[in-house]
Design a protein around this ligand. Structure first.
Ligand code: GTP
Length: 365
């Protein structure tokens, strides 16, 4: 079978993941201490896909600096850069000069184990113009659902149906195999979305649009709770329930306790009586001082957690400093370079923007 190219859409605003994405593009956000895109590349390689087009917004520098042309990871990465956001379909049209055969489009915030090889085979067998991966959800009323007939051919797209109109719980998973002819349905340099502007038009024209239902792991990690869930899921999957992975040399005091699944980045320091309770991750060079507790939390690199501080089920970006005895609890998100001074308590999903300082004794909830 001819190898497919993959187009990954990474030019969105990533507003839902702020403040984590104020300085870091969503595709560079660490998952198990590696940028999300690196996981994507590994996954694509397992399906023999090594030609990758990244459809980016105006500032692809961070991605380009890290991934370059992809050769270090054994793939070829080309960049298609938009001056203005063109939407999911407009972005693919913008990359037209890089596409000459059937190709796969991914929303860049999807993390999945879908069997792409099987999807590609079915696409060919169906002689489809477009194949859409469809995943089941518990509550279809908050998504765009996709109705198919007994042969798997798409009949309707229904946006956020009320419960009495729900006929299926299969939703568009943001993964499409498309034939290049589809590009003629998209106006160049104009904002357009596949779900809203292109797929319904293909149905009207009687084009062969098929669904590919799958049950494998799939998550849209574009919200903080899903980003946290993704890492907890992967820790259980790769590290095992009680395991701890050290990514390099670190100091762990003999009276510290670590209960996995946990990942400890290189050059971390975990002091006496500190407790790390998985699923949890420390990025490189994190420092956890005496008696501090890290439970279910994800920390990026260079964070410092003061004596007796407590972090539970929260997300902490790079270079944050948490003062002694402070608590950062359920669903809180700290952007880069946040300082929480001594004795604060943050809970209930509070978000702190990069560079802010929470002064001593400012207890928020
Ligand atoms: P939110 O602001 O949190 O909704 O994030 P988002 O816009 O990044 O995500 P959304 O779910 O809306 O988009 C799905 C995928 O398409 C993401 O990977 C986005 O990066 C990408 N995307 C969305 N709009 C554009 C666009 O105009 N151009 C490009 N190249 N990619 C886009």
């Amino acid at each position: 079978m001819t190898p497919f190219k993959a187009v990954i859409l990474v030019g969105g605003e990533a507003t839902r993941l702020r403040p984590l994405t104020c300085n870091t593009p969503k595709i560079m956000v660490p998952v198990l201490n590696r940028p999300l895109l690196e996981h994507f590349v590994d996954y694509l390689k397992t399906h023999n896909i090594i030609d990758i087009v990244l459809a980016t917004g105006t500032s692809p520098e961070q991605v380009q600096d890290y991934f370059g042309d992809g050769s270090k990871l054994g793939v070829r990465i080309a960049y298609s850069i938009e001056n203005l956001p063109l939407g999911t379909a407009g972005a693919v049209k913008n990359a037209e000069s890089l596409l000459d055969d059937s190709f796969i489009v991914f929303n860049g915030d999807v993390f999945t184990d879908i069997d792409l090889s099987a999807m590609m085979r079915l696409h060919r067998e169906n002689k489809a113009t477009a194949s859409l991966a469809l995943t089941p959800v518990d509550d279809p009323t908050i998504y765009g659902v996709v109705e198919t007939d007994s042969q798997g051919r798409v009949r309707h797209f229904i946006e956020k149906p009320s419960w009495d109109k729900v006929t299926t719980n299969m939703i568009n998973a943001g993964i499409y195999i498309l034939e290049p002819g589809i590009l003629s349905y998209i106006t160049p340099n104009t904002f357009s979305m596949f779900e809203r502007d292109v797929f319904p038009l293909l149905l009207e024209e009687g084009q062969a649009v098929y669904g590919y239902p799958f049950q494998d792991y799939w998550i849209d990690m574009g919200t903080p709770d899903k980003y946290l869930k993704l890492q907890h899921d992967l820790l259980h999957r790769y590290i095992g329930n009680k395991g701890t992975k050290f990514e390099g040399e670190s100091f762990v005091h003999s009276l510290a306790q670590i209960e996995g699944p946990a990942i400890i980045g290189e050059a971390c320091f975990i002091d006496r009586n500190a407790i790390m309770k998985g699923p949890a991750i420390l990025g490189t060079r994190c420092r956890v001082e005496e008696g501090a507790v890290i439970q279910g939390a994800i920390l990026w690199q260079d964070c410092k957690i003061g004596r007796g501080a407590k972090l539970r089920n929260c997300l902490v970006a790079s270079r944050c400093c948490i003062g002694e005895e402070s608590e950062i609890l359920d669903g809180c998100i700290l952007g880069d370079d946040v300082r929480v001074e001594k004795g604060n308590k943050l809970s209930n999903g509070i978000k702190i923007w990069p560079g802010q300082t929470i002064e001593p004794g400012t207890i928020s909830s």
